[in-house]
Design a binder for this molecule. Structure first.
Ligand code: CA
Length: 223
């Protein structure tokens, strides 16, 4: 899961980035409203955590432009302004949820998981596919109840695929789910991770769609 964090407070931003990284998210952090607008326009994020009070352009303006551009990236707003009017303005501008500062990192993480679930149309916190169950909170995968040991990156890739069952994800999309901007991407990294995932989960599980990418077929296999 790739998250854009928009927060101008260095201490808070640092804490949120560390906390979300620990919860398995790949976090890109920008500190003003213009950088946020550009990042959301040019990159593909699974989620955005958006502070309202920002230099150069406030969070509400960023959010309105995002929605005006037709992008449905789930957005959770962070607000120090604990007034009903501000929260209503945020939700009306297209926010999916909000938290009032100060907040608890575990609560932020839980709310982001809920947004991801809602977006994928799920009501349960666990993602199921065939005989597999992925628990995004626990960062674990089981096959018929037995733990499957995956590396953090293998799990991130498989989670992206499980959140998009029946839809092919390009190599670039999987790389984005995996890496922040400041990490180098080896050209064959995704192929290597997919190879390992197939070895651990069964060769036929992940389909290669030539020229497009990888997917978990909607009604694939009989388990
Ligand atoms: Ca701020």
């Amino acid at each position: 899961m790739r998250v854009l964090l928009v927060e101008d407070d260095a201490l808070l931003g640092d804490g949120v980035r560390a906390g979300l990284t620990q919860h398995g998210y790949t976090v890109d952090w920008v500190r003003d409203g213009v950088a946020a607008e550009l990042a959301l326009r040019d990159e593909d994020f699974d989620l955005a955590v958006l502070d309202l009070g920002l230099p150069r352009q406030d969070g509400l303006a960023v959010l309105r432009k995002l929605r005006a551009a037709g992008k449905d990236t789930p957005v959770l707003i962070l607000t120090a302004r604990d007034t009903v009017a501000d929260r209503v303005a945020g939700l009306d501008a297209g926010a999916d949820d909000y938290l009032i500062k100060p907040f608890d990192l575990d609560e932020l993480s839980a709310r982001l998981r809920a947004l991801t679930r809602r977006r994928a149309g799920r009501t349960s916190s666990v993602i199921r596919y065939q005989d597999l169950e992925l628990d995004p909170a626990a960062r674990s995968l089981t096959q018929s109840g037995q733990a499957v040991i995956l590396t953090a990156r293998e799990l991130a890739i498989f989670e992206a695929l499980m959140n998009n069952i029946g839809r092919a994800l390009s190599k670039e999309r999987l790389e984005e789910a995996l890496y922040g901007w400041d990490e180098g991407v080896e050209s064959n990294a995704i192929e290597v991770h997919i190879h390992h995932l197939r070895k651990k989960l069964g060769k036929e599980r992940i389909k290669t769609v030539r020229g497009i990418g990888y997917l978990l077929p909607k009604n694939g296999g009989s388990f």
